[in-house]
Design a protein around this ligand. Structure first.
Ligand code: ZN
Length: 327
């Protein structure tokens, strides 16, 4: 749920957990938010305590009901939605080549839809610890939901599919780390998500997420890899290209969606550096995460649940990737 800044500024009285640290650092905002939504904030804090881990983690405060079915607007690419059908197979272009498409031909982008709608039914499997180089961490997490039950994992898959369509129209080869459906009832684990991008020798990798914090916390942020080295993790070579990728995505995402940078972390830049995410630590390819908005904020949730807004989000991410690749 919580993505903490890194490196956080040293503070006193914040030694319990990174999440606690975050809470303390933003105590003014948190207190204000608590006054408005005490139940939500309390639930968040409790969630952090219970999970002992808020990183790469958007556990919903309550499991989706067993009868949960995706909301109508959660269904990916249908004729009723504004997303164009996937126009061509991977690697081909739908129109005549233009000069600005040439640099993209043959390039590969891996898109990682955060979480999996089946994860909450497979808690034992996703709780398994995996090696992320610097330390061990849960294989995967369930993700968060809006207050009305729209799952982050539905959101990430829908945006990822729209993003794939947009990138393929530019001639890029696009791989998703997993697809909605039955072949992958949970996961992949975060180490496998990273490995997929590495083995594809992707030119860019983007992990799509939405945050789950208190009401009033709004906006997007892009998470960049910190410099880490340990075990199978060594990000030295991806630091700079990943920052360029992230900056491009942030700029274009803001332009297409009209959203502002997160008002609760990142100091208004929309950029945050993290050293605790397996998906970044284990990547050998330029990679970022994007938190498209806060599912627990009513205004952000209204956007996140809108197919039209998700299309804008996907287009902004696509434009950022294309710009990064020189297209
Ligand atoms: Zn997430």
């Amino acid at each position: 749920m919580r993505y903490d800044d890194n490196p956080p500024p040293p503070e006193s009285g914040s030694s319990v957990t990174p999440d606690r640290h975050w809470f303390t650092r933003r105590s003014t905002l948190a207190v204000a938010a608590a006054a408005l939504a005490p139940t939500c904030l309390a639930g968040w804090v409790l969630t952090q305590v219970l999970t002992g881990n808020g990183q790469d983690d958007h556990r919903p405060q309550a499991s989706p009901p067993a009868s949960h079915t995706p909301a109508a607007d959660a269904k990916p690419s249908t004729a009723a939605e504004p997303t164009p059908a996937r126009p061509t197979p991977n690697g081909s272009t739908s129109g005549a080549p233009t000069a600005d498409k040439a640099p993209l031909t043959g390039r590969t982008v891996v898109i990682d839809p955060g979480h999996n709608t089946g994860n909450f039914k497979h808690t034992k499997e996703i709780d398994r610890q995996v090696d992320i180089g610097t330390h061990h961490k849960e294989c995967d997490t369930t993700g968060t939901t809006t207050n009305s039950g729209y799952m982050e994992a539905e959101f990430t898959m829908d945006v990822s599919r729209r993003l794939r369509t947009a990138l393929e129209s530019k001639g890029l080869k696009v791989l998703l780390t997993h697809e909605a459906g039955t072949e992958r009832p949970w996961g992949p684990c975060i180490d496998e998500r990273a490995r997929i991008g590495n083995e594809a020798t992707a030119d860019a990798v983007v992990s799509v997420h939405a945050d789950g914090v208190s009401e009033g916390s709004r906006g997007y942020h892009v998470i960049l890899p910190a410099k880490v080295k340990g075990g199978g993790a060594d990000t030295a070579k991806i630091i700079e290209p990943s920052r360029l990728l992230g900056e491009r995505i942030a700029t274009n995402f803001a332009r297409t969606t009209g959203s502002g940078p997160a008002n609760y972390l990142g100091s208004g830049t929309g950029l945050v550096v993290r050293d605790d995410l397996g998906g970044l630590n284990l990547s050998t390819r330029p990679k970022v995460f994007i938190e498209c908005g806060n599912m627990r904020d009513a205004k952000d949730a209204a956007q996140l649940t809108s197919p039209q807004w998700r299309q804008k989000a996907a287009q902004g991410i696509a434009d950022g990737i294309v710009g990064f690749l020189g297209g």
